[in-house]
Ligand binder design. Structure first.
Ligand code: SAH
Length: 220
């Protein structure tokens, strides 16, 4: 039997040493979210291993490697009370972590395009007790109903940043997305800051994410 709590705190120590976790708020959030509740039951024991694992869907979905969350969330500057949009809910883990970071006054909206994956995320978030607005639909269109957002996090690779996501980002807001070629060709993890002077973009690292589908994603 794996001691999940122990594995989780070992992972947090590892990520602090590796520089992935930089703030106390992130440390506490990662220590709080039970990642095992977001794994496919077949891989539950591997919840704290540093790699992605398959989750229910059409064979293309994974729960991202756990370090990808602090890596992409630290530069987004989450604060309590913020409104966050996640595209590609997958397991629901990223949405749960975002909810920890924005707290009770914050709002997290997560969009998932695959029906089976959406149902999986819904079950996981409910079981783990996270109040997240989970939408079944094409997240490349964003979710205009609750816009604008302080933070947008895209967890599927896209040929370019979908324009609706930039429109739905608040002035001063930040967006992160893996931008580049399809799947194994790899992408640049781009951090976008929306300012009065325009958009600034910074490439944080090379990554490999599963493709974004839908209107502004890759053709099926
Ligand atoms: N953050 C997730 C990662 C999931 S992988 C996790 O760690 O669990 C990327 C997810 O994006 C997949 O579940 C895939 O079905 C979904 N996806 C792909 N294109 C999408 C789109 N246009 N809108 C919403 N979700 C999409």
């Amino acid at each position: 039997m794996v001691n999940f709590q122990r594995s989780r705190s070992d992972m947090v120590d590892r990520y602090k040493r590796g520089g992935y976790i930089q703030t106390k708020r992130m440390e506490e959030a990662v220590l709080t979210v039970p990642r095992e509740e977001f794994m496919d039951p077949r891989f539950r024991d591997h919840a704290y291993i540093d790699r992605p694992f398959p989750i229910p869907g059409d064979g293309r979905q994974t729960i991202s490697a756990p370090y990808m969350y602090p890596v992409s969330y630290e530069p987004l500057g989450f604060e309590p009370g913020m409104k966050v949009l996640e595209i590609g809910a997958g397991s629901g883990y990223g949405a749960a972590l975002a909810k920890e970071l924005v707290g009770d006054e914050g709002i997290v909206v997560a969009v998932e395009i695959n029906k089976e994956t959406h149902a999986f995320a819904k079950r996981n978030l409910k079981r783990a007790g996270y109040d997240v607005t989970l939408i079944l639909g094409d997240g490349s269109m964003g979710y205009p109903k609750l816009a604008p957002y302080d933070v947008v996090s895209v967890t599927a690779s896209t040929p370019d940043i979908p324009p609706p996501l930039l429109d739905q980002l608040k002035m001063g807001g930040r967006l992160i997305a893996p931008v580049g070629g399809r799947s194994l060709e790899g992408q640049d993890l781009l951090l976008i800051h929306k300012t009065e002077e325009g958009l600034t973009r910074r490439s944080l690292m090379k990554v490999v994410y599963v493709p974004l589908l839908g209107k502004y994603g890759f053709p099926e």
